[in-house]
Design a binder for this molecule. Structure first.
Ligand code: ADP
Ligand code: MG
Length: 274
């Protein structure tokens, strides 16, 4: 059983000049007796690209899934854009967020998964339009224009009328990125989006993400096993171990001159596995 946590220690909202886009404050997530996130503190500022690396089982996916509100947390509070995400205010106090509150907050965040999860019975364009039309209530014509533009951006405009089964993995993933962007999120989450791809198509997906980083002011969190890509693209790299941030810093520092033993061990092991 969870001991009920005293939520009065957490602010109702974040104020001041330096409010981050995302703040995890003492976030703990457990599955039964297994602690997957352990009093995690993590800030991501607006427009920042943070990559998350670390061994399997260290809690990387869970960080993204709790932020996407796909998982409830056991302790702590997550804030998005200064407002609580996992909780809401009632009578001047924080209480766990209702489904309705979560739905409202979730619209600020989109996520792309390792397995692209496109709707198989819909074309590329219909996949992209589904959320804007049915969740956001945007008029079809307007959603259509926006989705055309996004498919163009990911280099998939000429395949807009194809069904996913007719597309390669790299193409499906690019459609999935366009679909996520069609929701106009402030925050984009990527969970090992190249892991299920054949090596020769990985570049088409990483190039789309590179473009997003250079041309848009989105706030992004990306879990990846591609150390070279993480190094190139990140403003900051977080090394996860046991549900905590074991080490973090600018990519040139973390990869080029890691100070902590555990980071050195992990990077050596990854290198040897290549
Ligand atoms: P990573 O993405 O770093 O490999 P995850 O965040 O997916 O790690 O998982 C962290 C730990 O939580 C793992 O030990 C995993 O087995 C466990 N876990 C994840 N999801 C569940 C779940 N739904 N039920 C039970 N355990 C889970
Ligand atoms: Mg994972």
């Amino acid at each position: 059983m969870d001991v009920t946590e005293d939520l009065s220690q957490y602010p109702l909202e974040l104020t001041g000049d330096d409010v981050p886009m995302v703040r995890f404050l003492q976030v703990t997530k457990r599955y039964g007796s297994l602690t997957v996130l352990d009093h995690l503190d993590l800030d991501v500022v607006e427009g920042e690209m943070v990559t998350i690396i670390g061994p399997s089982g260290s809690g990387k996916t869970t960080v993204l899934r709790t932020l996407m509100t796909l998982e409830r947390i056991n302790e702590g509070v997550i804030y998005v854009d200064g407002k609580p995400l996992t909780h809401m205010e009632r009578d001047g106090k924080l209480v766990p967020a209702s489904q309705k509150y979560l739905r409202g907050m979730r619209s600020k965040i989109s996520m792309c998964f390792q397995h692209f999860n496109l709707f198989p019975h819909m074309t590329a364009l219909e996949n992209c339009m589904e959320g804007p039309v049915h969740v956001l209530g945007i008029p079809r014509q307007k959603a259509w224009e926006r989705c055309e533009e996004l498919l163009e951006m990911v280099g998939m405009a000429d395949k807009r009328d194809q069904y996913p089964s007719r597309l390669s993995g790299g193409q499906q993933q690019r459609v999935a990125i366009a679909r996520a962007l069609a929701m106009r999120p402030k925050i984009m989450l990527f969970d090992e989006v190249t892991s299920a791809l054949d090596p020769e198509v990985i570049g088409e997906v990483t190039n789309v993400i590179r473009r997003l980083v250079s041309e848009h002011s989105l706030t992004m969190l990306m879990v990846t096993h591609q150390m070279g890509f993480a190094r190139d693209i990140a403003d900051r790299v977080c090394f996860f171990l046991g549900g905590r941030i074991e080490d973090q810093g600018a990519p040139e520092k973390l990869f080029g001159n890691p100070q902590r033993k555990r980071t050195q061990q992990f990077l050596r092991a990854v290198k040897e596995a290549l």
